[in-house]
Structures are given as structure tokens and as C-alpha cells.
Design a protein around this ligand. Structure first.
Ligand code: MIG
Length: 838
């Protein structure tokens, strides 16, 4: 931490610089072709704890070995071109003493000292972590990562790391076999080879197409798959960054670069994609368990108001027997778009309305925008101005720009005092009965500037130094979410927080769910959501959703059906539409549409235990809930770029219908034996099949050897009977089907203190029998299911079923056998074993 005096000094320096800069006509824009300066040749090396420091002719490079598969690189160019040797030495010393550099995206800032081997030869330096080898070439200085003598990743020969103007850049060699994934919220196909992007949070509702370079959420992280081995690179630079994965002329290299700041990146080896994401989320953090209610169906529209319309909506769901947990209030609930206020005419009894919603089993989420209306009679504005909470330009004037409330000012979330204030304001809403917060417009978005956002040279007074908006821009939304999360968590420590954010950066998963902004009711947009969601999942963000039915434009009955079917398997299932468009609630069209939507929303509630368990994997290991096929089948060349299918967890393959009028499609099934979940038809994998998909069907395939836990459906998560667990088991002759079933109270943080259960469920099949075992392998939560309804699908006719439990005698179990499925019920709280004689 810096002293006040140091902070002041830093502030002066930054402001002087800003003054100088503003005189220049234009700030330097990104141009990678501007004179590139390579980091230089090796001069000397110093090894200290877990880091190696290299003095080079043009810069200093620090390499940390953080674990046997994670390394971190920092490159600092010499502040001046014509540095003398003495000056270089001084700078080298200074850098050597520098702390671990970490942006606000970083969760893990302290690493244990990891022991590794170093050997210096004439031209090279060899580092051995036990898992990977890092080979450094001295002249020119470049880095190569290997595993088992195979190159995983390497700097591009002559270029490698370097700088250009104020920017920094790393060129990497592009291998023929290489494919790329991740990059956060992006349009285009799944595989990002021969593609380029810009990480700069942008609200651009008009253009979501293959050419779009930036959207609301930026994550400068990607996964490379080279010779089927996966590695990840997280570029920890919050400025505007550029990734060119061999677009244009280059078949030989790819690069990532930044306008400003330093070249700091983490290298994470797999070899599986799963291990890469585990490493990436060790660095940037993992999510907390979401409240169970947030996984139910959610209904939104811009805007449900006044309050009796909100209550009508809620009643309609119950009357029509369509399950729903959450209703949203968009901007019109506020008094003239003043955040943290209520419109007294439209919502005169909002507390009463909230109580009624709660009584009917609904939760309420309200929207919050970061812009605060300039209005001297408005408390939030006055508090903010009095305390210096709003962003200023370098002359010290508060910046104002137009958003919904017209002239508005913007909280400086980089500052702890501002975050606390904002957090408390949000906690107030929760005290009034609101259940979750929806953070919109937090790129931040502006109506009246050419760039659509805050000027790059606004000044942030962050906790330890002064910085320009250009450095904080990409963090703005996420740090607003952090403020909101912490404010609510402090006020309600026992309650899980639900936040939904439009903007985000690496690490967003720690605080909030993300929806992908203003899509439109277009078939192209349902289509592009598949690779977009898959790549978001591969960027550490599991809790994602798209506006079901499309936000802008008018939805059609067919599109709503297809999108609702798809939504069943999307981590966050929210239907949302814009003001001025036709209604798109499940009943907005005809009876057939309503019936099909009901059927799938009910199915979503049945699948909740399975979905909830996927979230638990995300909490534990950072695993995505929704994943591309390549994540599960890394060895299969056929799935490197599948854009119209995805995995819902490990064993469930979804092949949605993404085209108008389409009622059948081709589906590629990877290795394994698969079951059509509706017809129970069997298919051999590593093949493309034709499947029929009339309007009421979204094709779903489950792999043999799977166990899917389900609930009986209910009108909302508040009325689900958690005592009953349904098990759909699809046996596999060749290997045991195994599943660890996680359960907790679904609403508090007690699971972090160990209040949860894990039940191991397994089914083994051999020639004579099936053997089902159910055993609690961890017990910390007093409640648990006590009735099991078991379906063994695609099985043979059984002779006898025997139940065995430690404290009771062996008994026979009654069963039925229809459609090749054995069904029976068990009622017990104890561990047990069942033998089914064929
Ligand atoms: O300028 O609050 O993406 O979901 O309904 C538009 C109104 C502002 C954009 C969000 C959208 C929301 C809308 N908002």
C-alpha cells in the first residue's frame, strides 16, 4: 500500500501527463506495424524464490514459475530508448524488487514458492517444473514451452515479445494443427483460428454479427489446442487489447497486443481443456453457488409496469401452470430513471407488491444503471458530489454525459469508498424485499459521445494510484458488480447473492452472472448464441444466458418455441424483450406455442438437480456448465469447430433447431453409445445421424453410462419436493456408471462451512445382473432426499430385484418393466445396494 504522500505525488504526475497529452491533437492509436522493438538479447539473469529475472538489451523480463504447469511472464521496456548501462542496471534493480503485478481481475495474488530446476547453457536456459519444460533462447530472447519434448507453445522466432509506440505485443508461432477458443463474449464460430478481435467493452445493440469486434464483456484469455494438447494464455492487461489469431497474411504466427500498459501474461498448461480452465479460474477466481431460485425460469420485459401488471403477470404464470421463479423490473420502475428510487405513481405500494410476489413463490430482480441523474434534489446525486464519488476529467470537473436520466454522472468504482457507498445503496433495495440486482449499461454506455462510452482520459482515483479511464474501462462493469456483491453480502451474510451483469471482464464469475445483451429476434442470433455461449464457458464464465426469444425486433411463435427449447439447457433461462416489440411470454402466441413452452419449462425444473450439480463443478473447479463438444472429446478431430451442438454437462448432448421451418437435422455424435432421450433409440457414436425434430422436439442425446438426477417438476423452486430424487440411469456394459450427487440448502453460504452432502450413485452391469449402489460419501447437511424413483433405461427384463441395507434384512422390491425401462421406488435415508437379476 502506498502512503498518502506517495499517492498524491502519483496523482500529480498523472495529471501533468494528462495535461500534456490533451494538448496533442490526437492520442496515438493502435498500429501494430509501427516500429516494433523486440525485447532484446540476454545480458544477465537473477533467480529469486519462484522468479527469474532477465536483463535484456531493450527490456527486463520476469518469469515466475507458479506451479508445475503455470508460468507468468512480465516484460518491462526501458522507459527511455537511449538508456545508459548504468541507468539500465538501476532499472533492473527496481524491477527485481517490484511486487507481483496483478490487475484487479486477479484473484490469486499470493503463490507458494514452487521449486523448479534451472540450468544455464551457452545459448539457452532450461527450466524444469516437473511437468513442463521452459526453454529460453538467449539471443534473441524468446520462450518456448514443452511437455514430453513436444512443443506446446513458443514465441515467433524473430519477433517474440516486444513493444511498439506505447503498446506491447507478443508474437507466437502458429502451428498447423492449432485451434483457438475462449476470448469471452464473441460472435463468429467456435474455433477462432484466422480470426481477430478487440477486447474493449462496447454497447453496440445494432451489430451482433461475425464482423463485430467488441461486445459488452471482454476477456483477454484464450485456449490454444495444438496437437490435441491444450494450453491457455491469460493476458493480464486491462487496456484495450487486440488478438490476431493468424487472420490476414500470417499462417506463421498469431499475436496479442495492447495499446498501453505492460506485457503480462500467464501461461497455463493442460493438457486437457478442463485443466486449463481449472488453472485459469485458480488465477481469476471461481463463482459461488447461485441461489437455486435463479436457475428456474425467469421472465423479463422492458417494462412490466405498473405494479398491478407485474402481479397480473405472476398470476398468469400460476393460472396457466407454467413454472416461473423470477420476474424483472426494467428501468420504468424508477422515478425518472433515478437509480435507487421508485416511481410513486406506477409503484405506489411496491413493498406490498413484493410481498404478494413472494407469497406466490416469485423473486423480484430490479435493474440498476451506473449513471446517476444530475439533479440537486436527488439524494444519490448529492451524496456522490459531496463526497467526490463521481468521475472527473483532468481539470477536476465532474464529467457528465447523457443516458436514460439524461445528464448523468458516473461513480468511480475503482475507489473503495465509492464501492462501499454503492454497495450499501444496493443493499437498501434488498432490504426492501428485492431479491437480486440486474446491472445494465455498465460498459459504461453513453448516448451522446461518438465512442458510446466515457472519454479515455477521465481520471480514476483507484485505491492505490491514479489511472485513466482507458485502463479502467474494461473493469468498470465488473467492479460495479463487485461493489454490489460485497454490499449485499455484508448486509445479508447468510443469503446467496444473485447479480446479473451486462458488462464484464476476466474474473466476473466471482460476482455475477452475465447475459449477452441486446440480441434480436432473428434466427441468425439464436444460431450465433451457441458458439458464443461455448466460448464464454471456456473463458471461466458459467452462469450465462441470452435473451430467450430475442430482445429487439418481433419474435414469432416458431422462434419462441425453438428458443425456449434451447433455453431449457442454458445456464440462465430468461425470456426478455424490448419496449415496442410484440409480447413474447410463453402464452403470447397460440395454444400450441404455449403448450410446447410449458412442456420445456417444466422439463427445466425436472433437470434442476443435474444443473445444480454442474454449477457445483463450476464452484469447485471452474468447469463450464455449457460446453462445446471439443471440451469433452478433445481427441476427436471432427469436433474442433462444431457450432450447432453443445454439451450440457459431461453426458448430455443438445442439438437445437436453429433454422426457420426446419424439422429434422444432422447430428454428429462423438465416441460412445448414445440414447435419444425421447425415443430411447440407440446410436453408435463417431457418426453423423439424421434426427427428426418436429416443432415439439429439441434433439437431446445422453451417453451410455450416465446418471441424471431429476426432481418432480413444480411451479417454482420454492415448492419443489426435495425429498424425492428421480434417477434416470443409462447403463453401460463396459464401464460403471458413476455420479456424485451434491445437495445443500440452495440459498445460504453454509455449504462453505461444510453443510452439504455428496451421495455416490453407481450402477454396474455384467452378464447376470445390474448392481446399484447409493452411498453418502460426505454428510454435512441434515436434510437429504429419502425417496428415490429409479429408471434404468435401455435395460433388459429383470427377474428379481433385491434390496440390501446395513441395518435391515434383504428384501424384494416391486418393479415395472415397460419400454425397455426398469422402474422401482426406494424409501430410505440410509446407504443401500440393489441387485437386479437379469
Ligand atoms: O438502452 O433498460 O440490454 O436488456 O431492457 C437500453 C432497458 C437499456 C439495455 C439492456 C436491455 C434493457 C434496456 N437496456
Amino acid at each position: 500500500m502506498k502512503t498518502e504522500k506517495e499517492k498524491e505525488l502519483n496523482r500529480k504526475m498523472v495529471l501533468d501527463y494528462a495535461g500534456e497529452k490533451s494538448k496533442e491533437k490526437e492520442r496515438e492509436e493502435f498500429d501494430i506495424n509501427r516500429e516494433f522493438v523486440h525485447c532484446g538479447d540476454f545480458e544477465l539473469m537473477l533467480v529469486k524464490n519462484n522468479s527469474l529475472m532477465f536483463k535484456l538489451t531493450n527490456s527486463i523480463v520476469k518469469l515466475y514459475v507458479l506451479s508445475n504447469k503455470i508460468a507468468k511472464i512480465e516484460m518491462f521496456k526501458y522507459p527511455k530508448k537511449d538508456y545508459s548501462d548504468g541507468e539500465k542496471d538501476k532499472f533492473f534493480k527496481k524491477i527485481c524488487e517490484k511486487e507481483f503485478k496483478a490487475s484487479l481481475a486477479i484473484y490469486k495474488k499470493q503463490w507458494n514458492n514452487f521449486k523448479f530446476g534451472v540450468e544455464e547453457a551457452k545459448d539457452k536456459i532450461f527450466i524444469d517444473t516437473g511437468m513442463i519444460n521452459i526453454e529460453i533462447n538467449k539471443r534473441p530472447f524468446n520462450i518456448r514451452y514443452l511437455h514430453d519434448k513436444m512443443i506446446i507453445n513458443e514465441d515467433f522466432e524473430s519477433k517474440g515479445m516486444g513493444s511498439f509506440g506505447q503498446g506491447v505485443c507478443a508474437y507466437k508461432k502458429l502451428d498447423n494443427s492449432e485451434h483457438f477458443y475462449g476470448f469471452g463474449e464473441k460472435t463468429g464460430g467456435l474455433d477462432k483460428r484466422q480470426w481477430e478481435t478487440i477486447q474493449w467493452n462496447t454497447d453496440n445493440p445494432e451489430e451482433h454479427n461475425d464482423e463485430t469486434k467488441s461486445l459488452y464483456c471482454s476477456i483477454p484469455f484464450f485456449i490454444g489446442l495444438r496437437n490435441k494438447k491444450a494450453y491457455g494464455i491469460y493476458f493480464d492487461n486491462t487496456h484495450k487489447t487486440y488478438f490476431n489469431m493468424g487472420k490476414d497474411d500470417s499462417d506463421y504466427y498469431y499475436y496479442f497486443a495492447a495499446d498501453k500498459g505492460e506485457l503480462v501474461y500467464y501461461f497455463i498448461y493442460g493438457p486437457s481443456m478442463k485443466e486449463v480452465i481449472e488453472g485459469y479460474t485458480e488465477i481469476t477466481g471461481r463463482m459461488k453457488m447461485p441461489p437455486m431460485w435463479s436457475l428456474g425460469y425467469q421472465q423479463c420485459r422492458w417494462s412490466y409496469c405498473p405494479e398491478n401488471q407485474v402481479l397480473e403477470l405472476a398470476k398468469t404464470f400460476r393460472e396457466k401452470d407454467i413454472p416461473c421463479d423470477t420476474i424483472y423490473l426494467d428501468i420504468d420502475y424508477m422515478d425518472g430513471f433515478r437509480v435507487f428510487t421508485w416511481d410513486k405513481e406506477r409503484f405506489p405500494n411496491h413493498k406490498d407488491m413484493i410481498n404478494q410476489l413472494h407469497d406466490m413463490g416469485f423473486k423480484l430482480v430490479t435493474i440498476i444503471d451506473p449513471g446517476v441523474k444530475v439533479d440537486e434534489k436527488y439524494k444519490v446525486y448529492n451524496e456522490g458530489t459531496e463526497n467526490n464519488y463521481f468521475l472527473k476529467d483532468h481539470n477536476g470537473n465532474i464529467f457528465s454525459g447523457k443516458v436514460w436520466p439524461m445528464d448523468s454522472v458516473f461513480p468511480d468504482f475503482s475507489n473503495n469508498k465509492v464501492r462501499t457507498w454503492w454497495g450499501n445503496l444496493n443493499a437498501e433495495l434488498i432490504k426492501q424485499g428485492v431479491d437480486g440486482i440486474w446491472n445494465d449499461m455498465n460498459e459504461p454506455s453513453l448516448f451522446d459521445t461518438k465512442s458510446g462510452t466515457l472519454p479515455k482520459d477521465l481520471v480514476h482515483n483507484s485505491d492505490d494510484r491514479t489511472m485513466f479511464h482507458e485502463e479502467f474501462h474494461n473493469l468498470y462493469g465488473m467492479i460495479e458488480d463487485k461493489a454490489t456483491f460485497n454490499g449485499i453480502k455484508n448486509a445479508f451474510p447468510d443469503k446467496r447473492v444473485f447479480l446479473l451483469s451486462r458488462s464484464g471482464f476476466a474474473g466476473l464469475q466471482r460476482y455475477s452472472a452475465l447475459w449477452t445483451g441486446d440480441n434480436q429476434s432473428l434466427w441468425e442470433h439464436i444460431k450465433l448464441s451457441i458458439p458464443m455461449n461455448c466460448n464464454l464457458g471456456l473463458s471461466g464464465i458459467s452462469f450465462i444466458g441470452n435473451d430467450i426469444g430475442g430482445f429487439g425486433g418481433n419474435c414469432t411463435s416458431e422462434l419462441l418455441i425453438r428458443w425456449t427449447q434451447l433455453g431449457t439447457f442454458i445456464p440462465m433461462f430468461r425470456n426478455h424483450s424490448a419496449i415496442g416489440t410484440i409480447n413474447q411470454e410463453p402464452w403470447a402466441f397460440d395454444k400450441q406455442t404455449e403448450d410446447i413452452c410449458r412442456k420445456y419449462i417444466k422439463f427445466r425444473y425436472e433437470l434442476l438437480p443435474y444443473l445444480y450439480n454442474l454449477f457445483y463443478d463450476s464452484v469447485k473447479h471452474g468447469e463450464p456448465v455449457l460446453r462445446p463438444l471439443i471440451y469433452e472429446f478433445q481427441e476427436d478431430n471432427e469436433v474442433v469447430n462444431i457450432n450447432d451442438e453443445f454439451m450440457f454437462g459431461e453426458n448430455v448432448l443438445i442439438a437445437p433447431i436453429l433454422e426457420k421451418g426446419c424439422t429434422e437435422r444432422k447430428v454428429y455424435l462423438p465416441q460412445g453409445n448414445w440414447i435419444n432421450y425421447y425415443t430411447m433409440e440407440q446410436h453408435k457414436g463417431k457418426a453423423t445421424i439424421n434426427v427428426s425434430a418436429p416443432l415439439e422436439i429439441i434433439p437431446v442425446f445422453v451417453k451410455e453410462g450416465s446418471i441424471i438426477p431429476k426432481y418432480k417438476t413444480a411451479s417454482s423452486t420454492s415448492t419443489i419436493d426435495k425429498n424425492i430424487l428421480l434417477l434416470d440411469i443409462i447403463p453401460n456394459m463396459n464401464s460403471k456408471a458413476e455420479y456424485n450427487y451434491y445437495e445443500d440448502d440452495g440459498k445460504s453460504f453454509n455449504y462453505e462451512k461444510g453443510e452439504y452432502n455428496i451421495t455416490k450413485i453407481s450402477l454396474e452391469e455384467n452378464r447376470n445382473k445390474y448392481k446399484l449402489e447409493v452411498k453418502k460419501i460426505y454428510k454435512g447437511y441434515e436434510k437429504s432426499f429419502d425417496k428415490l424413483y429409479v429408471n434404468i433405461i435401455n435395460s433388459v427384463q429383470p427377474q428379481k430385484i433385491k434390496f440390501m441395507c446395513k441395518d435391515s434384512e434383504i428384501s424384494d422390491i416391486a418393479f415395472t418393466y415397460t419400454n425397455n425401462t426398469i422402474s422401482f421406488n426406494i424409501e430410505t435415508k440410509n446407504d443401500f445396494c440393489i441387485e437386479i437379476q437379469k
